[in-house]
Unconditional design. Structure first.
Length: 144
């Protein structure tokens, strides 16, 4: 039995790259350029590998890669900064043609105490999710 999220948001954009290029781009965390956040990975981009995100003035946030479908998608599970709640960021890379892909990010907030974080998480992600995906799609296309 799965528990319904206290909050979720998803957005999709088209990228002018094949899905395989989108996958390769997003599984190389040196491409995760989202200042002022700094990202680190403790090994290869595979299920179970841990990573961290550092934001100025905030505690180091740790996360884990899970649900990896090579070439298609993965999930980042974080929550070290949440008490009795977890934040999931699901990524999908769906081919639209040989040269284009749909990038989808779905974010979910779950857990017995998730409701306490809805306003904060919603304000951080909802206003910026689509524009962030568009910037990523542009960087992917420019990297080819």
């Amino acid at each position: 039995m799965s528990i319904a999220p206290a909050w979720e948001c998803h957005r999709s954009v088209e990228a002018e790259v094949p899905a395989s290029v989108a996958w390769a781009f997003m599984t190389d965390i040196s491409n995760w350029n989202d200042p002022p956040a700094e990202f680190a990975l403790e090994g290869q981009f595979v299920e179970g590998t841990r990573g961290t995100t550092q934001m100025p003035g905030r505690p180091l946030a740790s996360w884990t890669i899970r649900d990896v479908e090579p070439g298609r998608g993965y999930t980042i599970e974080g929550g070290s900064f949440l008490e009795r709640a977890v934040l999931l960021a699901h990524w999908r890379f769906d081919p639209l043609s040989e040269r284009t892909a749909r990038l989808t990010q779905r974010i979910e907030l779950l857990g017995e105490n998730a409701a306490a974080y809805v306003d904060e998480i919603k304000s951080l992600f909802e206003p910026n999710l689509e524009s962030g995906l568009r910037r990523i799609a542009q960087r992917m296309a420019a990297s080819r």
